[in-house]
Design a protein around this ligand. Structure first.
Ligand SMILES: [Mg+2]
Length: 279
């Protein structure tokens, strides 16, 4: 910390990592606007041949759609550099329940991914092993009835979710009910509890990323704007972490947070991830 600024809360890394994992909204961009330093940082990391991965909890898009958005915002990105809950749910099923018949209450990107992975899907309650509650803007009573029958009537299906978010923030201070609302509806009528979440803050998400990158947690740094998802997940996965104060977390929030919930690094802008000698 700079001695001339004893109140400075920012603590930046003095080294490079092999892998850089980023949250998107509030970290790399805000809505449709790229955040300061994002382009410079990503270009520099690519020049240094560092591995870069972008994360999102949102299962209503595929990695391709995120890659297109990042590319449009001036950060050329390929599909395999994006991991969202469509990717983590598909991988989790393939690794843990490849033979299961699943009923996804979800939008098309997750169904498409499951189909491409060869995972069996069904709407027949008596043969469903896993109900996947997801962010589904076409949720309706018929889907709830199938989940209810599979879990409560036939007593065979387990309940899992893509992501634990209660709502998805939208520009202008609005929001949309997210996967937690669907989980809540199913739990309320069946008495079942959701057993698995493959989105942030569950470390399953970072384990998926590490498997793809073939790196150890200690060789990477996770950067995001939320302490209770981005940073929590990194802490639980044993990965170094940074919070950038361009999104949800403010200096005031950080000041009142307990030490065990704090990241290694606190950044005013994302390109502070580059060691000072590179500025
Ligand atoms: Mg964020």
């Amino acid at each position: 910390m700079n001695e001339t600024e004893p109140s400075c809360i920012f603590v930046c890394p003095d080294r490079l990592y092999e892998g850089y994992v980023f949250d998107l909204d509030g970290t790399i961009y805000l809505g449709e606007n790229r955040l300061p330093g994002a382009k410079r940082l990503v270009e520099k990391l690519r020049e240094l041949s560092k591995k870069v991965v972008f994360l999102s909890n949102n299962p209503t898009k595929d990695p391709k759609m995120y890659a297109e958005k990042l590319t449009r915002l001036g950060l050329p990105t390929s599909e395999d550099e994006v991991v969202n809950t469509v990717v983590t749910m598909t991988r989790w099923l393939l690794q843990n329940h490849p033979e299961a018949t699943v009923f996804p209450i979800s939008e098309e990107p997750l169904k498409r991914s499951l189909r491409e992975a060869g995972i069996r899907m069904s709407e027949r309650a008596e043969e469903i092993d896993i109900v996947i509650a997801s962010y589904d803007r076409r949720f309706e009573y018929r889907k709830l009835q199938i989940a209810f029958d599979a879990i409560w009537l036939h007593k065979r299906a387990r309940l899992v979710t893509t992501n634990p978010d209660p709502y998805c923030p939208l520009p202008g201070g609005r929001g949309e009910p997210d996967a937690a609302a669907i989980v809540g509806a199913i739990e309320a009528c069946t008495g079942a509890r959701c057993e698995v979440n493959v989105g942030k803050p569950d470390p399953i998400m970072l384990e998926t990323v590490l498997g793809m990158l073939e790196l150890e947690a200690s060789e990477c740094v996770m950067t995001g704007d939320r302490l209770y998802t981005d940073v929590r997940m990194a802490l639980d996965a044993g990965m170094p972490s940074a919070v950038v104060l361009t999104g949800e977390t403010t200096a005031e929030i950080l000041a009142t947070e307990r030490d065990e919930n704090k990241p290694d690094w606190v950044l005013d802008r994302i390109d502070r991830l580059l060691p000072s000698q590179m500025w």
